[in-house]
Design a protein around this ligand. Sequence first.
Ligand code: FDP
Length: 327
Amino acid sequence: MEFEKTFMDFLLEHQETHNRTYHFLILMNSLLNAAKRIQFYYQIGALRENLGKSGSTNVQGEEAMKMDEIANELVKHYLQSSGRVIYAIGEEDEERIEMNMAGGRYFVYFDPMDGSSNVPHSLPVGFLFAVSKRNLEGPEDLHLRAGREYIATGMFVIPTGTFTLALREAGCWRFHIDETMNYVKPTRMQLPESRKTWELSYNSANRETFAPGVQAWLLANEKKYAFRYMGALAADVHRILTSGGAFLYPAIVNHPDPAKNRPQGKLRLLYEASVVAFMSEEAGGDAVDETGTPILDIVPHRPHQRTALYVGSKPLISELVAVLKGS
Ligand code: FDP
């Protein structure tokens, strides 16, 4: 018989090699438990009529889906019971979710169900998270961490059954769920250098709302690459990490109805953009905002801060940085 290496074997080895504690393992176990439960609820979602709207509005002013609420409750439960979390920031909660303020070791930022337009169709959605650590050397001021301070980020694509985890200075890894609901077979992700497989992913219906330079770049370059867009960040970035290319969610600055402009971008910095930016960097890529600033350098001022996002293969992101900086 052949046995694949499990996620826990992989992580145990990682922690031991780097002489680390088991606290992170316990935290990761809680995130995996949450993901497996979300996976289960999502798979039977249509049967239990859980794929519709919940009737309430979330902190982002969007109509919440039942699955948003189920996934949020699951993640909070497992994070709380790990005993390792100081506080969490979740997409569905306006305020930070205080857990073990005195004894916790990690800050967790998460989006329990990303890509809500796919939910009614049972199509791929994401559970994204980022982890940073308490200051162990001195007093802890509980500030919101920039991506550079993250120690790990992860994304589960549900119900596909894939899990991608990036560990600071230790690479970006992909796992697949097996028949026993274990994530197995770690594979290191490295963005491919050859442009042959590169893809562009962005909401093309928004194209005329982008800054003129971005529109011009798209016109001049998009025919060189395949176009793919699933409408769920985790699923779209999942492809980019394998195939190379770029995922873009530019600022909306030219909307015919100016009230619908989003100069700050749409995606959330802490638990969406920085999660995939961290992965991209660990896989040899890059990620910037509308000013060409690396996403991981942006210091957050608010938990639900938004940003534009350009993420993927380095050469493409450099071309876009030149456009964004106006040179
Ligand atoms: P959604 O609003 O459907 O939850 O986080 C927001 C997000 O999905 C991302 O997952 C996705 O990449 C993007 O927004 C899709 O936005 P558009 O519908 O504007 O394309």
